[in-house]
Design a protein around this ligand. Structure first.
Ligand SMILES: C[S@@+](CC[C@H](N)C(=O)[O-])C[C@H]1O[C@@H](n2cnc3c(N)ncnc32)[C@H](O)[C@@H]1O
Length: 276
């Protein structure tokens, strides 16, 4: 079978399920590119190329996994974020586009206040700390996560992105701990976090079931970890939150400046707070 035939059948198969997607074409192309280690232009310019049986078999078995709600990014082990490609695997949350807004908010604060030390709580795959450190060459970061598996993935991304900046591994210190426990934390610094914020009884969509639950659920109400982060009382705080957690404003009254920001769907998605 040729690339063209395999893609046509793949898209049909992908749509034969309870949760058909509107990006079946794209998903199939991404899967095939990943198996062949080629880009999408190659697929289009070589559409009549005959594929090996083993390639076809792998491709169709991966389509089945997608149909069972397994995330594409965990199959390819790649995720695009902030115009870069990062390694991703089951141990860490798949980065979401809205977290790019959090990074832009932190970059604004860093520039405005000449901040050189920050703390990230819940680094996950490492995307936030790595992008911040790549943009701010003087920045030092202590980044924590309670999950050993997430830290392993963050460490791998740190190593991969060190090719872009050899100081990266020195400037980002990874620590496995709860919040900032046992870290000599400077309260004048900035804390950034995209913490788990879904309430424990919320019925999550099927595709989220494959992501680490510790990255999603924040407690009975959902805001428990966010409130513990607010209680750390840092001078600067940037946090992603759930769309229905605007009421957290009442816990931020000791900050001079508080801004709640919206995501690409115009839903509240986080806040920036500063005491100066
Ligand atoms: C929503 S994910 C965010 C991951 C990554 N920063 C991102 O934006 O894609 C939350 C992360 O917080 C970590 N986490 C959960 N509870 C924690 C705690 N008490 N202390 C530190 N990290 C925690 C999870 O393991 C997970 O990696």
């Amino acid at each position: 079978m040729t690339i063209k035939d395999v893609l046509n059948i793949g898209v049909k198969k992908r749509l034969e399920c309870e949760n058909p997607t509107n990006r079946g074409n794209l998903e199939c192309e991404i899967l095939l590119c990943n198996i062949l280690n080629k880009d999408r232009i190659f697929l289009h310019t070589n559409s009549n190329l005959a594929l090996q049986d083993s390639t076809i078999e792998t491709f169709f078995s991966q389509i089945e996994r997608l149909k069972n709600n397994y995330p594409l990014e965990y199959i390819t082990k790649k995720v695009s974020f902030y115009s870069m490609e990062f390694f991703i695997d089951e141990g860490a949350l798949i980065p979401r586009p809205e977290t790019e807004i959090l990074i832009d908010k932190v970059l604004d604060l860093i520039k405005k206040h000449n901040i050189t030390q920050i703390y990230e709580i819940g680094i996950g795959s490492g995307i936030i700390s790595i992008i911040l450190a790549l943009h701010c060459k003087n920045l030092k970061i202590t980044a924590t996560d309670i999950s050993k598996q997430s830290l392993k993935i963050a460490r791998k991304n740190l190593k991969l992105k060190s090719k872009l900046d050899s100081t990266l591994e020195k400037r980002i210190k990874l620590v496995q701990t709860n919040l900032l426990d046992n870290i000599a934390f400077d309260k004048n610094a900035l804390i950034v976090s995209n913490p788990p914020y879904i309430n424990n009884s919320y019925k999550i969509p099927l595709n989220l079931a494959f992501e680490p639950q510790i990255a999603l659920f924040g407690g009975e109400i959902g805001d428990e970890i966010i409130r513990q982060i607010i209680d750390l009382d840092s001078t600067f705080l940037c946090c992603e939150i759930g769309y229905n957690q605007c009421y957290l404003k009442k816990y931020l009254s000791h900050y001079k400046f508080v801004e709640f920001y919206k995501d690409y769907s115009n839903l509240t998605r986080g806040f920036v707070a500063s005491k100066v």
